[in-house]
Design a protein around this ligand. Structure first.
Ligand code: PLP
Length: 438
């Protein structure tokens, strides 16, 4: 093997073009956006309703509600599911803040659970003992493209009569044992912002089969669509948004979405093939492990958003992930940084901050007990930053190009001993509160 690039050798990735990571932006998509512009229909909702129907049909769900982002779709889902003052939702600590933070504005709070260190989704064994008389829902995040263990989670929800809300922002088109995620629970919310796998701009969508949830979500943040409400009790009180929020989706995004729905599954097949090819090459190499469901389980990674590798420092004599990633970046793997979302339970906003001036931290203002988790109490979430790193998110199955990246990994792993010397370890803080700031 040639000398590591970090020591002045030639880098393993020769073709540095990022075309392999690029999305397909079609003429049809451009025309659809321009059409909205020329008709000056940015704020109408006729195209949005078409998009909602197409998205819901694709998931075999009854109702879709387009929103101006994923955060608002989840906020609508929480309100729709009946979360209110004093209620608790259980959510994994390793996630983007929008999975749970909007619950504060409903007067509710969050109880954090740990993750399974291999799936990075909620640990089903860490849910039940966190349920209290106030628990209303489990927020299931299908994290970094991985489906959560629904066979274990659903019976817990049934046993305690809890709602399941799914955050599908990382996992469009992802299957759990053959069934699409976002269709297991009572309601689900998806981010469709530009960085996600199914991406249409700043947008989100809520899906449900439950008419009550749908109508409550309409009431909450979609005042101009209150004529859709058929429940006479709610209809009487409609016209103004109950939440005081305006969550309408931008129609240029809806137009992109309508086109994207047609090409997405084909794009996903290619991404899936490319990513699995990459990981198949590296199967069995020490120090790293693919973050993907077992083969032939019927589960898939869908869009492979936020594609991560699992790092096993003990298999490389304790080589720090920081040093490992540095060596990969020198080889031309530009996305190779340690960490992902930091555990939310350690952030001040979930501990000390009094957001609304109640004279108490917002997290506990309506709680009957102190729900805050101590640092050290969610060990997998807290240790995660040294256990995962970013891997290339290939959008095209171009085997020779993918092999160059896989070769960079092989080269670093085969020569890891050279990296031990001069390894100054990991800095105090890795990862970030959101993924664009890794
Ligand atoms: C992106 C994201 C959201 C929020 O979506 P926005 O469209 O950015 O508002 C929610 N949950 C998770 C897990 C996300 O990654």
């Amino acid at each position: 093997m040639s000398k590591l690039a970090i020591f002045g050798g030639e880098s393993a990735v020769k073709n540095k073009s990022d075309d392999i990571f690029m999305r397909n932006i079609t003429k049809e998509m451009e025309d659809a956006v321009l059409d909205v512009l020329h008709q000056w229909k940015m704020s109408s909702f006729d195209i949005t309703k078409e998009f909602e129907k197409a998205f819901a049909d694709w998931h075999k769900m009854k109702y879709g509600l387009g929103c101006n982002n994923g955060t608002s779709a989840l906020h609508c889902a929480m309100y729709g599911a009946g979360i209110g003052v004093g209620d608790e939702i259980i959510c994994q600590s390793t996630t983007y803040w929008a999975s749970c933070l909007p619950v504060f504005s409903l007067g509710g709070t969050v109880v954090f659970a740990d993750i399974d260190p291999e799936t990075l989704c909620i640990d089903p064994d860490d849910i039940e003992h966190r349920i209290s008389g106030k628990t209303k829902a489990i927020m299931v995040v299908h994290y970094a493209g991985m489906p959560a263990d629904m066979d274990r989670i659903m019976p817990i929800a049934r046993k305690y009569n809890l709602k399941i809300i799914e955050d599908v922002s990382h996992s469009h088109n992802c299957l759990y044992k053959g069934k699409m995620v976002g269709t297991f629970g009572d309601v689900s919310g998806f981010s469709l912002m530009s960085g996600k796998s199914f991406a249409v701009g700043e947008a989100g969508i809520m899906l449900t089969d439950d008419r009550d949830i749908y109508e409550r979500a309409l009431l909450f943040g979609h005042y101009e669509r209150h004529s859709e409400i058929i429940n006479p009790e709610l209809q009487k009180l409609s016209g103004l948004p109950w939440g005081g929020y305006k969550y309408r989706m931008h129609q240029m995004s809806s137009a992109i979405g309508l086109v994207q729905i047609k090409q997405f599954q084909k794009d996903m097949v290619e991404i899936d093939k490319a990513m699995n090819y990459f990981w198949d090459i590296l199967e069995g190499y020490p120090g790293i492990k693919a973050h993907r469901p077992p083969k032939n389980s019927g589960s898939t990674k869908g869009g492979w958003y936020c594609s991560l590798g699992l790092y096993k420092t003990e298999e490389l004599e304790g080589l720090s992930i920081t040093r490992f990633c540095e060596a990969l970046r020198a080889e031309g793997v530009g996305c190779s940084y340690p960490g992902c979302n930091r555990p939310l339970h350690i952030h001040p906003v979930f501990n000390d901050v009094d957001i609304y001036g109640h004279g108490k931290p917002t997290r506990i203002v309506n709680a009957t007990r102190d729900v805050r988790e101590k640092t050290g109490s969610l060990p997998n979430a807290e240790a995660l930053q040294k256990r995962v790193f970013g891997v290339p998110w290939f959008r095209h199955y171009w085997p020779e190009r993918i092999e160059e990246y896989a070769n960079a990994f092989k080269k670093v792993i085969e020569n890891y001993k050279e990296l031990l010397q001069g390894d100054t370890g990991d800095p105090e803080e890795l990862g970030g509160w959101h993924l664009s700031k890794r």
